[in-house]
Write a protein that binds this ligand. Structure first.
Ligand code: SAH
Length: 221
């Protein structure tokens, strides 16, 4: 028998609540502001029409042009690691559908997001505008170079796997700022958290993950 999607079983509103409860809170991410952000953002607005029934399921989904919208839990995990209080300026590399940017828009003051693929950038811009998220600025181009004119950032999230941590992103981190990104190793990718302490950085490995490759100057060659 085919597995029924959460939208088919419960309807959109309840499916979203179910996602927050079962995929995020019960896996240990319980920060109230974080959960509220996931309750408010309609993930189904960020997936292709024909996949809306699966918008609140526990996984990544294709969004066209060979790219994916990440699993909700992974978006929550990465967002939580930024430890946002609400007054920060943050950068996202790899806008994709715009879902992660929309979540950040609820948790930070200003969100800067960069998408390499112009077609995805245009679509994400429309979705974000339709939702009235006016504190998000989108740029179509190479995010591996960061967004120097808007730096420094208290938080940076990279949604594509880099061969190593792009130096421009470390440079554009504010003192005390946090950078979360998947880094390629020979056999798998590790999600890493980098924190800036003046001219020094500390870093730790969080878990293993699976992301599309980062392109551009500091991306996959
Ligand atoms: N955060 C997204 C998921 C993104 S998937 C979401 O919430 O839907 C990763 C995205 O990174 C893809 O859209 C890909 O085109 C983009 N990408 C890859 N390399 C990039 C680069 N150098 N700069 C900006 N975007 C990049």
């Amino acid at each position: 028998m085919m597995k029924e999607s959460t939208v088919e079983s419960f309807g959109i509103a309840f499916a979203r609540h179910h996602m927050v409860e079962h995929q995020i809170a019960r896996r240990g991410l319980k920060e109230p502001r974080l959960l509220a952000a996931f309750e408010s953002v309609p993930r189904h607005a960020f997936v292709p029409d024909e996949l809306r029934y699966a918008a609140y399921d526990d996984g990544a989904l294709p969004i066209g042009f060979g790219q994916t919208i990440s699993q909700p839990y992974i978006v929550a995990l990465m967002t939580g690691l930024l430890d946002l209080k609400g007054d920060e300026r943050v950068l996202e590399v790899g806008t994709g559908s715009g879902y992660q940017a929309a979540i950040l828009a609820h948790l930070a003051r200003e969100v800067f997001t960069i998408e390499f693929d112009h077609r995805l950038a245009r679509r994400a811009e429309e979705t974000l505008r339709a939702l009235g998220l006016v504190n998000v600025r989108l740029f179509a181009g190479d995010g591996s170079l960061g967004w120097p004119a808007a730096a420094p950032f208290m938080g940076i999230i990279v949604a594509a796997a880099a061969p190593q941590v792009p130096k421009p992103l470390l440079d554009q981190l504010a003192d005390g700022g946090r950078l979360v990104l998947p880094v390629n190793t020979l056999r798998y990718q590790l999600l890493e958290l980098w924190i800036r302490h003046g001219k020094y950085y500390s870093h730790q490995v969080i878990t293993s993950v699976k992301f599309v490759p980062l392109r551009g100057e500091y991306g996959k060659k």
